[in-house]
Ligand binder design. Structure first.
Ligand SMILES: [Zn+2]
Length: 365
């Protein structure tokens, strides 16, 4: 009795296998693939009509736009605009609603988005793919560690990893792979976009490196309001000094300002920089204090982009433009202060092209 039942099961299994194999062979020759069907009939990420992506920071929005170019029915919702500080940004009700609807959330990670942890935990439970852009940089061992972000977050990695284009190359490739996996019907487009964009990072790095290393080594100090430029400094051979630490969550105190003033006077630093996402008051307080002690220090020829990029549709609203704009700002500011620098020609094959207003600077005197 038992034996017959087993035989029957085996026969049934063989029969089912044969049917399944026949079906596969047929579809591979004449019918669309499963991926093509998924995209056309609205399954997978297209189940509700569109592949919905939420991007937290301006960098996340930029990379999501670039890598999904040419794919239909992708909806990208950016949360933070230009000039917004991601350390302090609280997700709004509409942000949370957008993330609840999303198939994928792209964020920076390493605690940059300091107020998102609870929301992300809830979204993960719902099965939303939460993609950290910093993951491949961390996994590759390229993060800079040993920092303190808050009283609770001690000995953590510096979250501002994107300031080394070699790190951004890893991020681009990794996101391309993640998109290809979640939306396999369009994997070829994501892979081609990611490959082309990642290839731009080497010429971008080389251009910035050539310019920034033209400043004499003993004069390469970048003084800013918060400590966003460690990776920038490590990539291009500059020393960093910031009034505030890695995060902007704690306010700068009198001691922080005096420490920066002493550093500027001690190292005869000619320029300090304001960041687009941080109010200028602490940098202004430093300049006043340096002058009160008989020193002098200039303010950069324009703002630096630290945690937020420029307005969408502008040169600095793109990753490459943001990085280049920062390099131009540093080099031109040092040039205005009388330091001998070389600003290299912008590589012809690198896009976008810097606008004239960025190339021609008025030193203001
Ligand atoms: Zn920051």
């Amino acid at each position: 009795m038992f034996k017959n039942k087993l035989m029957f099961s085996l026969l049934l299994l063989l029969l089912l296998t044969a049917v399944a194999c026949g079906g596969t062979a047929e579809s591979s020759s004449t019918e669309p693939t499963a991926d093509e069907v998924a995209a056309a009939d609205g399954s997978g990420v297209y189940a509700d009509g569109a592949f919905k992506i939420v991007a937290t920071t301006t960098q996340a929005n930029d990379i999501a736009q670039i890598l999904t170019e040419g794919v239909n029915n992708v909806e990208i919702t950016p949360l933070m605009g230009a000039g917004v500080d991601p350390h302090l940004y609280q997700p709004t009700e509409s942000d949370i609603a957008a993330m609840n609807e999303a198939d994928m959330v792209i964020y920076s990670g390493l605690f940059l988005e300091g107020q998102f942890d609870t929301v992300f935990a809830a979204l993960r439970e719902q099965g939303v793919l939460i993609h950290a852009m910093s993951d491949p940089v961390k996994q590759g061992g390229f993060t800079i560690g040993g920092f303190e972000l808050s009283d609770e977050l001690v000995d953590v990695d510096d979250p501002h990893f994107w300031f080394d284009p070699r790190n951004w190359e890893l991020t681009v490739t990794d996101l391309g792979e993640a998109l290809a996996e979640i939306d396999p019907a369009n994997s070829d487009t994501y892979t081609a976009n990611a490959t082309a964009y990642a290839a731009m990072m080497t010429p971008l790095y080389e251009w910035a490196n050539q310019g920034l290393r033209s400043v004499p080594e003993g004069q390469r100090y970048l003084v800013t309001s918060h400590d966003a430029f460690q990776y920038f400094g490590a990539a291009f051979g500059w020393q960093m000094e910031a009034i505030q630490g890695l995060s902007t969550e704690d306010e700068a105190g009198v001691g922080d300002i005096q420490g920066t003033v002493d550093f500027i006077i001690g190292n005869q630093i000619p320029v300090v920089f304001v960041e687009s996402s941080i109010p200028p008051d602490t940098i202004e307080a430093v300049i006043e204090a340096v002058e009160a002690e008989g020193g002098s220090v200039r303010i950069g020829v324009r703002e630096m982009y630290s945690d937020a990029m420029g307005e969408p549709g502008t040169f600095a609203g793109t990753y490459a433009g943001m990085l280049a704009s920062n390099a131009y700002t540093v080099l031109q500011s040092y040039q205005c202060a009388g330091v001998d620098v070389t600003i290299p020609e912008w590589p012809a094959d690198l896009t976008p092209t810097p606008p004239e207003a960025l190339l021609n600077v008025d030193c203001g005197e």
